[in-house]
Write a protein that binds this ligand. Structure first.
Ligand SMILES: [Zn+2]
Ligand SMILES: [Zn+2]
Length: 139
């Protein structure tokens, strides 16, 4: 079962928000499914396993709250539907044009972390999206 980290607890303390059982359930659902870039609906069903009384409206409100707090971010998709993931170390995404899945995609050349370019733009994170065909769809 996923364990809520002290980093997340700090975010709640800083912002003076309560980590209610419903919010804990949504957070745990994310820790379980983040790599799959779940939809709100997927998160709702997973959250009910941790807190059977949590309602759909509460889950959707919690997703908005977590996004505002920087705990989760929206992941890119082919058709613009909302998918989410934990806000963690920068990584690129690969979106398959055939099956529409969003994959994690590692590319080593990308500068990691914070840097300032020659023109004075300070970069905190990068997000590159690659489009093409995933290994399963290429067969
Ligand atoms: Zn595919
Ligand atoms: Zn991702």
């Amino acid at each position: 079962m996923p364990v809520i980290t002290s980093l997340h607890l700090e975010k709640f303390q800083e912002s003076d928000r309560r980590l209610t059982p419903q919010r804990q359930a949504v957070l745990k659902a994310f820790m379980e499914l983040s790599r799959e870039h779940p939809t709100a609906e997927t998160i709702y069903h997973a959250a009910r396993r941790y807190c059977p009384t949590v309602g759909r409206a509460t889950v959707y409100r919690t997703l908005d709250l977590f996004t505002q707090m920087g705990i989760i971010v929206k992941a890119p998709t082919l058709n613009g539907s909302a998918r989410y993931e934990m806000n963690r170390s920068p990584h690129s995404h690969f979106v398959c044009l055939k099956c529409g899945r969003t994959y994690e995609f590692q590319r080593t050349q990308e500068p990691l972390g914070k840097y300032t370019n020659e023109e004075g733009f300070e970069v905190l994170s990068t997000s590159t999206i690659f489009f093409g065909y995933c290994p399963a769809c290429r067969e």
